[in-house]
Unconditional design. Structure first.
Length: 188
């Protein structure tokens, strides 16, 4: 065993030089494994802090503009437009009106250049005591005409709500096929 030790120490002229190399290696290893990663993380944090400081400075510069803008927007009131929807007083359909509801919707569709293919009422809703009548409408025409029809539909005082609107283009049909399910208030 002594031979090995001597042969290994024989690489170094003095024992002090060997221990110094081991100590320097330990210090370098400690620096590389613990201090260097922390120093790099600290540098990254400093860069992030600098970026955040720049953003804060920009916000400080823009704050007066933003406050003035919000103040001006609060002072401006939107101008009333003629396109506001009116909400008519609610009424209920009498039994006589229920009997003539299909011709009324055909006339409303014709006024808006729509072709009414089918207008049918739901039998269960006619029998029920709930006080509502469900109508299913199937019409053909353009989308802009449907918009005008829907605006006129909203003016009806007995319209409760529109349950479903389905619009699709079918092959061989000129325009769009539109299906609507609407609920109307009726007297029980």
């Amino acid at each position: 065993m002594r031979l090995r030790r001597k042969s290994f120490l024989a690489l170094f002229p003095e024992r002090r030089l060997f221990f110094m190399a081991v100590c320097l290696g330990g210090i370098m290893g400690f620096y590389l494994l613990s201090i260097l990663p922390h120093q790099q993380a600290a540098d990254q944090m400093e860069h992030q802090i600098d970026a955040l400081k720049k953003q804060i400075d920009e916000q400080r510069l823009l704050a007066p503009i933003y406050s003035r803008f919000t103040q001006l927007m609060g002072e401006i009131q939107p101008a009333p437009t003629g396109g506001d929807l009116s909400f008519p007083a609610r009424e209920r359909l009498s039994p006589e009106q229920v009997a003539g509801i299909e011709p009324l919707f055909r006339q409303l569709a014709d006024q808006n250049q729509l072709r009414a293919r089918r207008i049918g009422s739901d039998l269960n809703s006619m029998i029920s005591e709930a006080g509502e009548l469900k109508l299913s409408l199937e019409m053909m025409g353009t989308y802009s005409n449907l918009r005008a029809f829907m605006l006129k539909l909203g003016e009806l005082p007995y319209l409760t709500h529109v349950e479903r609107i389905a619009i699709r283009r079918e092959s061989g049909i000129q325009g769009l096929l539109m299906e609507l399910d609407i609920w109307l208030a009726r007297q029980s």
